[in-house]
Design a protein around this ligand. Structure first.
Ligand code: 5GP
Length: 178
């Protein structure tokens, strides 16, 4: 375990097992689908989860990435700008937006409505983690890895000052590091 980590909440194996279940669920839901299925990963935090999840999806899919940042520098304003747009069109496609964690839900609400505005047929959300306590709107994951309490977590794509994204598990840092 990394020396800065106080405890591990979800091990690499826990995450792989949950992604396998989620991948099966998504495959069954979209197996006879009439529209292209496009996975959209939200950079940068979703990358490890995205990579693990799509390995367990056994139907044909497309994928692309989007990056957003808030105008005022805080993560909770909801006033976001797209800093890397999708390379492909979303018109008439079914989308699964892939996010590391849903906190206030503001980022996903904005990106979801943007995709509908661009002509997506349907937009669903797959998130590794959810902090329900912090939600300020009606955004919910359609496919969820794990529910967590209101605690700051790192690892498996999640950072603290851009560090710890590469840890293969989700954990909590030692108190003195904050
Ligand atoms: P929301 O718009 O839902 O408030 O923001 C979600 C984003 O906030 C996530 O994609 C992530 O970047 C960041 N975030 C929220 N909670 C945590 C957390 O516990 N740990 C880390 N590392 N980032 C978090």
């Amino acid at each position: 375990m990394h020396p800065d980590v106080k405890k591990i909440l979800f091990s690499e194996e826990d995450i792989r097992n949950r992604c396998r279940e989620m991948g099966r669920e998504i495959s069954e839901a979209y197996r006879d689908n009439q529209h292209d299925l496009l996975f959209v990963g939200i950079l940068k935090g979703s990358i490890p989860f995205f990579a693990e999840l799509i390995k367990h999806v056994d139907i044909d899919v497309y994928y692309d990435f989007i990056a957003a940042s808030s105008y005022d520098g805080t993560e909770s304003s909801g006033d976001i700008k797209i800093i890397k747009d999708l390379d492909c069109s979303v018109v008439d496609r079914d989308i699964i937006l892939v996010e590391d964690i849903i906190d206030t839900g503001l980022t996903l609400k904005e990106i979801k409505s943007l995709l509908y505005h661009k002509g997506a047929h349907d937009v669903k959300i797959a998130a590794l983690l959810n902090k329900q306590e912090r939600r300020v709107n009606d955004i919910q994951a359609d496919y969820l890895g794990f529910e967590i309490p209101n605690e700051f977590v790192i690892g498996f794509g999640l950072d603290f000052n851009q560090k710890y994204r590469n840890l293969p598990y989700v954990g909590v840092l030692k108190d003195e590091l904050y």
